[in-house]
Design a protein. Structure first.
Length: 146
């Protein structure tokens, strides 16, 4: 996205063209960025390289595929953001850069979660319970077929 913005004249995206002002060497700046695996990346590794490899075609090349999008949206928009992400965004908007971002373009930053945290937690618990019930039901069906 930075390259596209640079190509469209929306800003400078090439490091060699950026003038850094101040007495800080950019090579010494520590951004304290955290890296790690997400729920989705762990699942992807399980499908491509792990125990779900035998089910790769079922999971990635059948009508089941669109459900992964729905599951992702449900998790991130319905659970993660209301319970974790919203607080982080609000804290970030209190910083100098966050205030600058919030004022950019004359429009307020939209940070409101789709659901209140209590609603998201209740929906998450119901989702887990429904999943457990579905697995129990499927296990019972497979035993009856034997």
């Amino acid at each position: 996205f930075i390259r596209l913005g640079n190509e469209q004249g929306l800003g400078i995206g090439e490091f060699k063209n950026i003038d850094i002002v101040g007495d800080v060497d950019p090579e010494e700046v520590r951004w304290h960025a955290r890296t790690g695996e997400t729920f989705a990346s762990r699942g992807q590794k399980m499908i491509y390289h792990g125990p779900l490899k035998p089910m790769e075609q079922l999971l990635l090349q059948t009508p089941l595929v669109p459900w992964s999008y729905a599951a992702s949206r449900s998790y991130y928009d319905g659970l993660w953001y209301p319970l974790i992400g919203h607080k982080r965004v609000e804290e970030a908007l209190q910083s100098k850069w966050g205030r600058h971002f919030a004022e950019y373009g004359g429009m307020p930053a939209k940070t409101k979660a789709l659901y209140e945290p209590k609603t998201a937690a209740a929906a998450g618990l119901l989702g887990v319970a429904a999943s457990a019930l579905a697995l129990w039901w499927l296990a019972g069906r497979s035993k009856k077929r034997r």
